[in-house]
Write a protein that binds this ligand. Sequence first.
Ligand SMILES: NC(=O)c1ccc[n+]([C@@H]2O[C@H](COP(=O)([O-])OP(=O)(O)OC[C@H]3O[C@@H](n4cnc5c(N)ncnc54)[C@H](O)[C@@H]3O)[C@@H](O)[C@H]2O)c1
Ligand SMILES: [Zn+2]
Length: 369
Amino acid sequence: MATIPVAIAGAPYDVRIEAGLLAKAGTHCRPFLRKDTVAIVTDEHVAARWRETVAASFAAEGIESRWLVLPAGEATKSWEQLARVIDWLLEQEVERKDNIVALGGGVIGDLTGFAAAIVKRGCGFIQIPTTLLAQVDSSVGGKTAINTPAGKNLVGAFHQPVLVLADPLSLDTLPARDVRAGYAEVVKYGLIDDARFFEWCEANGRRLLAGEADAREYAIARSVAAKARIVAADEKETTGTRALLNLGHTFGHALEAETGFSDRLLHGEGVALGMVLAARFSARQGLMNGQDVERVAAHIGAVGLPASLAALNLSCDGRRLADHMLHDKKMDAGTLPFLLLRGIGETFLAKDVDLGDVAAFLDEELARG
Ligand SMILES: NC(=O)c1ccc[n+]([C@@H]2O[C@H](COP(=O)([O-])OP(=O)(O)OC[C@H]3O[C@@H](n4cnc5c(N)ncnc54)[C@H](O)[C@@H]3O)[C@@H](O)[C@H]2O)c1
Ligand SMILES: [Zn+2]
């Protein structure tokens, strides 16, 4: 088992990673539970595949698991479902010192984490992420949120879990497209500041996607270690370090917005293409060499993630995509911080990017064959 400490001041916790951990969830959670019942929030897809395994693991510890099973999908991160979770937790008589469990992908983790942050002014929670995206990204770092009609993740809180259990075996039941989308966030850590890890991805990414256990465990552990390091340095995104985690996300969010946050383009797919665009834009600004840019695009393409804007068949121009960026919640006093690269593993925050340049660049990319 790999154990990665997340050194948040005042609230440190561990991320444990091991194949088969879901079947041992009860044993790992036991020291964090004061009662012989536990409240678990999940969604219908995860419940159908993993509820029995997880419930049995708690039962083996003499703990009765109580379940709230929500609809699957991004729409569940809503006021309505938040109210449902809170009312249910109150019915379960959850107390501030209790730890509730979020079992599922980023949707369940973000929603349950936010509910934990506000019920009785805050109770504890344990993340058991079951998607690759949640295992390498959303379950670590304490960002929780719901969506509102005004946009995604606009209402939320920083609330760290007390424990994270990531089981690579849970990915066996996840659709291949979701695994691939989550893999984009793995590649991201290499591109941010770890060129050696990007090389590992080039050599092993396809093994991970094919389901090889050692490749999955290694990639999750190294990704979590990267996220833990960055989050511990800048928990609440005040110094700019945590912003590095948004590499590929400004372009990606614009593409997600243009495709209506739909199945046409999953978040990770938008991030994958967004990272290629960030690399190409960096080259256009004279920052990154063409060979590195081609390596990024080649790897993203080789694993079956979108690597070219033209292939998306969008019917809009660069200005329209750039306009979506104006609504990005990272906007700060009218300027949009942009993550650019000087090379693989050399991402930095650029504060003086001109959106007109971005629009012109996107027009060129839309026209590329
Ligand atoms: N808090 C953060 O720091 C952070 C970071 C990145 C993303 N996010 C959020 O994460 C969310 C996306 O997360 P996601 O990609 O995990 O989506 P998700 O939670 O919707 O999961 C994707 C799909 O997979 C299903 N599923 C989950 N685990 C499964 C399993 N083991 N087997 C079969 N099906 C399974 C789900 O039911 C869902 O249909 C977004 O809302 C995003 O805003 C948060
Ligand atoms: Zn992301």
